[in-house]
Design a protein around this ligand. Structure first.
Ligand SMILES: N[C@@H](CCC(=O)N[C@@H](CS)C(=O)NCC(=O)O)C(=O)O
Length: 216
């Protein structure tokens, strides 16, 4: 398989970490959504990261679908997602909150990258920031409720832990955002990020260069 995207894309990083934990070899093409837009579009019409090219040439263009595919390949016993019941809904709820927060953060970053500062909508940026912080507040409560446990759901690492850590690290670096107001979340993220698999699939955030500037 070929995974396209840089590890400062937290969506890409999430998929890479899951593949590593599953012991699935893959070729990593660290292409930038700014500089390598046209190259990525040869595989994915959306030109986004991550893009996952399967061994038979099929292309997956959405990280949730990639993780669903990987879970399916390894099977229910090994999948990093509880299979049923409250544990599954808890994991999905945390993933949805973290994904919602990162989607809003990406919009903030793209507003800064693609619009001149005098055209920024402060109302829009402030709304996005409120949404990010609201989600972090909820995730922090969930982390605090898990005091004494290593992981957010059950007794093993799940996609919820990976999503929360990858997305919170991205928020920290891209907005940037200090996680101090959410101490239980911050502790959880710091613990996860110290693990070798997280360190091995990490590069610091670098704001994308708009395509027009990149090709100039
Ligand atoms: N929902 C998508 C979001 C992917 C996404 O927005 N990726 C960013 C990189 S962090 C991107 O490609 N941005 C450039 C663009 O959308 O044009 C997923 O989870 O795969």
């Amino acid at each position: 398989m070929i995974l396209i995207g840089m590890y400062d894309s937290s969506y890409t990083r999430r998929v890479a970490i899951a593949m590593a934990l599953y012991g699935m070899p893959f070729e990593h093409r660290a292409w930038s959504v700014g500089r390598d837009f046209d190259r990525i579009r040869q595989y994915n019409p959306l030109g986004r990261a991550p893009t996952l090219v399967l061994d038979d040439g099929e292309v997956l263009t959405e990280s949730a679908m990639m993780l669903d595919y990987l879970d399916d390949v390894v099977g229910r016993e090994r999948a990093l997602m509880p299979t049923t019941g409250i544990a599954r809904r808890d994991a999905q709820r945390l993933i949805a909150l973290a994904t919602g927060a990162i989607d809003k953060a990406v919009l903030i970053v793209l507003e800064r990258v693609f619009r001149p500062v005098e055209m920024h909508s402060e109302a829009w940026l402030s709304r996005c920031r409120t949404q990010v912080e609201g989600a972090l507040h909820e995730i922090d409560r969930a982390c605090a409720a898990r005091a004494g446990h290593d992981w957010l759901v059950g007794e093993a690492m799940s996609h919820a832990d990976i999503a929360v850590a990858c997305y919170a690290t991205h928020l920290r670096e891209s907005l940037p955002l200090d996680l101090s107001p959410w101490p239980a979340l911050r502790a959880h993220v710091d613990r996860s990020e110290a693990l070798p698999v997280f360190r091995q699939h990490y590069i610091p955030f670098d704001a994308p260069v708009p395509t027009s500037k990149a090709s100039a």
